[in-house]
Design a protein around this ligand. Structure first.
Ligand SMILES: [Zn+2]
Length: 319
């Protein structure tokens, strides 16, 4: 009897604020449409500045070197400050993955994994495009999602050992497979941002390009929906292009090999379309020239972020 009275009293107290909040905050139950995901606040200027600061601040970050480990620590500290649960996982002594996790709400057992490498090829110095850009877009995505109540769990992952054969991502993907983690999709970023639009003469090298794993045909329609119908980006081989089965080769291959669905973003169709690919002058200055000016590089970075952010949101909304 006392219990029942207390329950009634509590429900009366609780009912009032809930009734008031019902129309004001539908997001309390999690997003229902793409419009419920807040538009990312990070600007293209901030994104390119971030690439510059990271790539010039950690030159020669070759896997296993002290500089590379300093980059690991910097990434871990920055994403931790955003409120994520952060781990630095070490495999075989030298391989590392920085992982940042935010639990989902009603579908927390399913995971969206975002990833890219932060190590450098021997022979490069700053490695701004390959892969300061992927490193930073992951951070910008983590920042954009930091306060969003997603249905599914988000894991952001930064790898070393990519230039020696996607070694750290291979370990992480195999570990997830062994533990039976339900990966909804892996979203990969390597050499992104010289995308759409670019200034000057546009050729078949230019694109904001997206690929998916060989067996993930269903992602073609999802990418088209998000990029063309929701974001209203222009479709075209030299504009924003859903390319089909992945012909690029980076950390997403580790996840595809482990049997998980994958997606990949890149700006420019092939790695060698970027003139300083794996060369010493891979800098923001070179990227700016190739993009046809700083404003185009900034827009390309921001458009790539929006493409990936809303694709992840569309995956998060699936039943
Ligand atoms: Zn790369």
């Amino acid at each position: 009897m006392r219990t029942r009275t207390l329950a009634l009293a509590l429900s009366a107290v609780v009912a009032l604020p809930l009734a008031g909040a019902a129309t004001a905050a539908p997001a309390a139950k999690g997003p229902k449409t793409l419009r419920d995901y807040p538009v990312p606040a990070v600007s293209g200027t901030q994104m390119v500045d971030g690439v510059q600061a990271f790539s010039a601040g950690h030159p020669l970050r070759i896997t296993g070197t002290p500089v590379q480990r300093q980059a690991t620590d910097a990434i871990a500290a920055e994403v931790k400050a955003l409120g994520y649960s952060v781990e630095v996982v070490t495999y075989k002594g030298v391989l590392q993955a920085v992982t940042a996790t935010k639990k989902g709400t009603d579908k927390a057992a399913e995971v969206l994994v975002f990833g890219g490498h932060f190590d450098n090829m021997v022979g490069t110095i700053e490695g701004a495009y390959d892969n300061g850009t992927g490193t930073r877009i992951l951070m910008d995505l983590a920042r954009s999602y930091a306060k969003v109540k997603t249905h599914r769990t988000l894991v952001f992952s930064w790898y070393n050992g990519e230039e020696e054969g996607a070694l750290a991502s291979d370990e992480m993907a195999k570990d997830y497979k062994a533990r039976g983690v339900k990966v909804k999709a892996y979203l990969g970023f390597d050499m992104v941002g010289i995308a759409w639009p670019v200034g000057g003469t546009v050729s078949d090298k230019n694109c904001l390009c997206m690929w998916r794993g060989a067996r993930d045909e269903a992602f073609d329609a999802l990418l088209a929906d998000v990029n063309y119908r929701y974001l209203k980006f222009p479709a075209g081989k030299q504009l924003v292009s859903v390319e089909g089965s992945n012909v690029r080769n980076s950390d997403e291959a580790s996840w595809a090999d482990a049997g998980f669905p994958t997606l990949r973003w890149a700006g420019m169709r092939k790695a060698r379309d970027y003139p300083q690919y794996h060369l010493p002058q891979d800098t923001v200055a070179t990227m700016t020239t190739v993009a046809g000016g700083r404003e185009f590089l900034e827009k390309g970075m921001r458009n790539t972020l929006l493409s990936a952010y809303y694709t992840a949101a569309a995956l998060d909304l699936q039943k």
